[in-house]
Write a protein that binds this ligand. Structure first.
Ligand code: BDR
Ligand code: CA
Length: 312
């Protein structure tokens, strides 16, 4: 089977790191490169963290590009409370020796997509959507080259996690999200409604730690640190492991269930800024622009993560 070419757009980010490892460990996927964006922590940290993560997986050959250092219109909001000051929780991954690629991630996205055939490349944004939206605005012809965008972001029945109404990735750059959700490209969304069912537990973290490799040990530490604050906030034992849902969906779509509906991103009111308004019940005639997931088989999700991370 020819591996599916993907690009990961990311703000590592504890759960981003695990998503990157899951992709690098999976022969069904060919990671063409990684574009870093400002989000959980500022850009100089996210691009360096992306390189640390690749290097721990013995992939210093992976192309990592730095993209936008702030959202399109709003000031940058970060999430150190969830990801620690470094973006990788308390873990101490070695400093990367692999270089950052020259050039801007948005230019690389545009060039890579323009060089591809129609419907060839899948984009996997697991941070704010700034880089993706900027690429679409810069060169709209890239849209025909995109097979699908599978993103982590938003929430509807689950509410928000950074404000009562909004999920962090969409809240951080709601205008970029608006561009992506109105682009007409095939879109699949992993909102908090899914990721809040994908919670770590002592047993799930222990299974990852038991892999015993540097990646396994680091992934267990990241899972433990990521969960803490979000578990406390919701009075739960484990925290949601958001971003790997995007990669798991590409590997085993049958683990997820959802519905094709109209989704709009609110950019008009401050109280609900970045809210994803999902027309789950079809009460408007808005066009169905997104497949919104709301179910996951969490046991099989964590089993997949253990199976794959053990290969690195
Ligand atoms: C999303 O926000 C970030 O903090 C996580 O990495 C994830 O992408 C969850 O709301
Ligand atoms: Ca992220």
């Amino acid at each position: 089977m020819t591996p599916r070419p993907i690009i990961i757009d990311t703000d590592p980010g504890t759960d981003d790191a695990i998503a990157i490892w899951l992709a690098l460990a999976s022969p069904e996927l060919e990671v063409l490169g990684i574009s870093a964006v400002a989000g959980n922590v500022p850009l100089p940290l996210t691009e360096r963290n992306a390189r640390k993560v690749c290097e721990l997986a013995k992939r210093p050959d992976m192309a990592v590009f730095a993209g936008c250092s702030r959202p399109m219109l709003r000031p940058l909001v970060t999430a150190e409370a969830f990801h620690g000051g470094s973006g990788l929780g308390g873990t101490d991954l070695p400093e990367p020796t692999m270089p950052l690629q020259p050039g801007h991630a948005v230019d690389w996205l545009v060039d890579t997509l323009m060089a591809a055939g129609d419907g060839e490349i899948t984009l996997c944004p697991i941070g704010p959507l700034t880089n993706i939206a900027m690429a679409i605005v810069k060169e709209p012809r890239i849209l025909s080259r995109i097979r699908e965008i599978v993103l982590m972001g938003g929430g509807f029945f689950a509410g928000g996690n950074i404000t009562p109404a909004a999920e962090f990735n969409i809240y951080c750059d709601p205008h970029a999200a608006h561009v992506v959700f109105n682009s007409g490209v095939r879109l699949t969304m992993m909102p908090l409604d899914v990721t809040h069912q994908a919670r770590t537990s002592r047993e799930r973290i222990a299974a990852v730690r038991a892999i015993g490799t540097p990646v396994g040990v680091a992934a267990a530490a990241l899972m433990a640190s990521h969960g803490k604050r979000e578990a406390q906030d919701r009075d739960k034992d484990g925290g949601p492991l958001h971003d790997p849902c995007v990669i798991a969906y590409l590997l085993q779509p049958e683990l997820f269930g959802g519905r094709h509906c109209n989704v709009r991103v609110n950019t008009a009111s401050e109280a609900t800024m970045g809210m994803t308004v999902v027309d789950w019940w079809g009460v408007t005639d808005g066009s169905k622009n997104c497949t919104v997931m709301n179910r996951i088989d969490a046991d099989r999700y964590f089993a997949l993560i253990v199976d794959r991370l053990a290969r690195l």
